[in-house]
Design a protein around this ligand. Structure first.
Ligand code: SAH
Length: 352
C-alpha cells in the first residue's frame, strides 16, 4: 500500500479532499508522510535551507537573539526554541556564536518543536551537548520568556485554496480523474474568513489561507506578551498572498504536486499579514532577508571567515553570502517578521 492508494481510497469513499488535507497527508502521514520517512535537506535531499548553506546565517541570528535577551534585562531562565529545526544546524550555530555572551547559555532551556521522528534523531546528534527537549506543538512550550526562531517552518503548514466566484468562493480540491489525482473546484460558498479579500481580488483569482498558522502564532506571542522574549519568523512569502503558490520540490527541481504523494516536499508561500493579524503582541516591519542579514553584519562576517579560510573555501563563502542576500537569490523572496513585547526594543536588524 502506498500513500497514493490511501488517498485514492479516501477520495472514492468520501469525495475530493481539500488541498490542506492533501498536503497534510503528504507531509505528515505517520507512516508514509514526506517528513516521517526521510531527512529531506541538503545536496542529497530535495531542498536546501539557509542554515545549511552557511554557518553565517545561524551565527548572526544567534547574536541578534542574544542582544534581544540583553535588551530585555537578561532573564535568568528562558526558553530558546525553534519550530521545525530540520537537522539542528541553525541552533548549533546559534549556540556556538553565543558562547561568548555571558550568562546566555546558562539561562537557556532548549525546546524543539518537531513532528518528524527521523529529524528528531538527527537533531539529537547535532545538539547532544545542549540537552534539548522535544515537543510536538507550540502549545507545549513552557510559560517562560521565549526567544524563538522559525526558518522555513510555516511554509510546510497546509494551506486551503479558494477561487473567487462573484461574492463567493470555490474551494480547490484534489479528486480522481481516470484513476489519477486531479485538481477540481467545489461548489461556490460564502467564506466569511475571506471577506477582506473581496476588496483586492477579482473573479477567478486564487487566494490561500493556512488554518494551523494562526493558532501557532497565538501560542508563541501570548508567551512573549506575558513573559517577554522575541520571535523571528523567516520564510518565503509576502504581506498578503495572491495566486497559487503550492509548490513541489524533488531533488532540487520543481515537480507536479500531485505526482507521487509523500515523495516530494510540498510548500506554500507564507502570508505574513495573516501571521501578524493573529499575534497577541507587537510585530516588526516585514523585512527582506537580504536587508536583515546585511544589517546584522553578514558582509563583515563573510570577510572574516574568508580571511581565515584556504583558497578553495573562499569562493564558497562568497557564493553563500550572495545566495543568502542577493535580491535575485534568497535575499528578496525570503522575509523576516519579528514579534516582541510592547515597549521592548526591536531585535537587531528589524524595525517596528
Ligand atoms: N528550519 C530547518 C528545517 C526546515 S524544513 C532549516 O531551516 O533547515 C521544515 C521543518 O519543519 C522540518 O524539521 C519538519 O520536520 C518540520 N515540520 C514540518 N511540519 C511540522 C509540523 N506540523 N509540526 C512540527 N514540525 C513540523
Amino acid at each position: 500500500m502506498t500513500l497514493f492508494d490511501r488517498i485514492a481510497a479516501r477520495i472514492r469513499s468520501d469525495g475530493p479532499v481539500s488541498v490542506a488535507d492533501y498536503m497534510s497527508d503528504c507531509l505528515l502521514h505517520p507512516e508514509f508522510g514526506y517528513y516521517a520517512t526521510r531527512d529531506p535537506l541538503g545536496e542529497a535531499g530535495d531542498f536546501i535551507t539557509a542554515p545549511e548553506i552557511s554557518q553565517m546565517f545561524g551565527e548572526l541570528i544567534g547574536l541578534a537573539l542574544a542582544q534581544a535577551w540583553m535588551d530585555q534585562g537578561r532573564p535568568a531562565r528562558f526558553a530558546l526554541a525553534e519550530l521545525g529545526p530540520g537537522r539542528g544546524t541553525l541552533l548549533a550555530d546559534v549556540l556556538r556564536a553565543t558562547r561568548t555572551v555571558p550568562g546566555f547559555a546558562a539561562a537557556a532551556e532548549l525546546w524543539l518543536v518537531e513532528a518528524s521522528e527521523t529529524l528528531r534523531a538527527k537533531q539529537a546528534e547535532t545538539l547532544a551537548a545542549y540537552s534539548p527537549r522535544w515537543i510536538a506543538t507550540a502549545s507545549d512550550l513552557p510559560d517562560l520568556p521565549l526567544f524563538l526562531i522559525a526558518n522555513e517552518f510555516f511554509d510546510a503548514l497546509p494551506v486551503r485554496q479558494f477561487v473567487r466566484d462573484g461574492d463567493g468562493w470555490r474551494e480547490r480540491r484534489v479528486g480522481l480523474t481516470d484513476g489519477r489525482l486531479s485538481f477540481g473546484l467545489a461548489q461556490r460558498q460564502a467564506q466569511p474568513v475571506l471577506n477582506h479579500r473581496l476588496e483586492d481580488t477579482r473573479d477567478g483569482d486564487l487566494v490561500e489561507i493556512c488554518p494551523p498558522a494562526g493558532p501557532v502564532v497565538q501560542e508563541i506571542t501570548r508567551r512573549i506578551a506575558d513573559h517577554g522574549g522575541s520571535a523571528l519568523i523567516i520564510d518565503y512569502g509576502d504581506w498578503r498572498s495572491l495566486g497559487n503558490t503550492l509548490q513541489a520540490l524533488r531533488s532540487h527541481a520543481p515537480a507536479d504536486p500531485l505526482e507521487g504523494p509523500g515523495q516530494a516536499d510540498l510548500t506554500a508561500h507564507v502570508d505574513f499579514e495573516a501571521l501578524a493579524t493573529a499575534a497577541c503582541c507587537q510585530h516588526t516591519r516585514l523585512t527582506p532577508q537580504g536587508v536583515f542579514l546585511e544589517r546584522l553584519g553578514i558582509t563583515d562576517r563573510a570577510r572574516a571567515l574568508a580571511a581565515g579560510a584556504g583558497d578553495g573555501a573562499q569562493d564558497g563563502i562568497v557564493a553563500a553570502h550572495r545566495r543568502l542576500t542577493h535580491p535575485d537569490e534568497m535575499g528578496n523572496l525570503f522575509k523576516v517578521l519579528g514579534f516582541l513585547p510592547a515597549h521592548a526594543a526591536a531585535p537587531p536588524g528589524l524595525m517596528v
